[in-house]
Design a protein around this ligand. Sequence first.
Ligand SMILES: O=C(O)c1ccccc1NCC(=O)[C@H](O)[C@H](O)COP(=O)(O)O
Length: 196
Amino acid sequence: MKICGLSEPEHVATAVRAGADAIGFVMTRSPRRVSPERAAELAALVPGHVLTVGVFRGEDPETVRAAALTSGVRAVQLHGNHPHGDFTALKDLGARLVRAVDAQADLRCGAYDEDLLIVDAPQAGSGLPWDWAAVRGRPSGHWMLAGGLAPANVGEAISAARPWGVDVSSGVETAPGVKDSGLIEDFLRAVRRTHG
Ligand SMILES: O=C(O)c1ccccc1NCC(=O)[C@H](O)[C@H](O)COP(=O)(O)O
């Protein structure tokens, strides 16, 4: 269970307390953008058993590397059509590599030497639901479902796609970039309920 796009200590604390496995800091163009320095302050609040993830889209590997080192995140998530070479260039960073793509992409986790695959909506961070059932049985390895998930629909989405994990941002917000502690708790509770 990953909660993405956090920018306030209060919401980091809520996500950790409520049982998130991973927390994402968006360091690319977005209403959720935080600087690498701000991400470092937030990452320092996260205990070791929760993975901190820096989210990027379209930046070159050296920019990603610099931001990852400044922020101290333990994983980097490259969104969209990053070439295989970008993952290869970051292999020695010492961070886990996450590839986030839409359902049209190669859905084999590891095909780009990544450690984790996220299958997302065509428009990342839009909060728009998509046809989750269409990917059922297609991705291989460790993969998370994202895109339009929320407390009220995550159970249905898990049943439809059968992912290894789930990732949310807009669905735990009251406006783009404004997280809500109650919604974060509701989301994590709904996921646990689905898994019995
Ligand atoms: O959140 C953004 O604005 C964003 C911008 C650019 C690349 C990635 C971005 N977000 C990644 C995520 O938060 C999640 O992986 C996922 O897309 C969340 O989708 P949703 O729950 O529909 O907001």
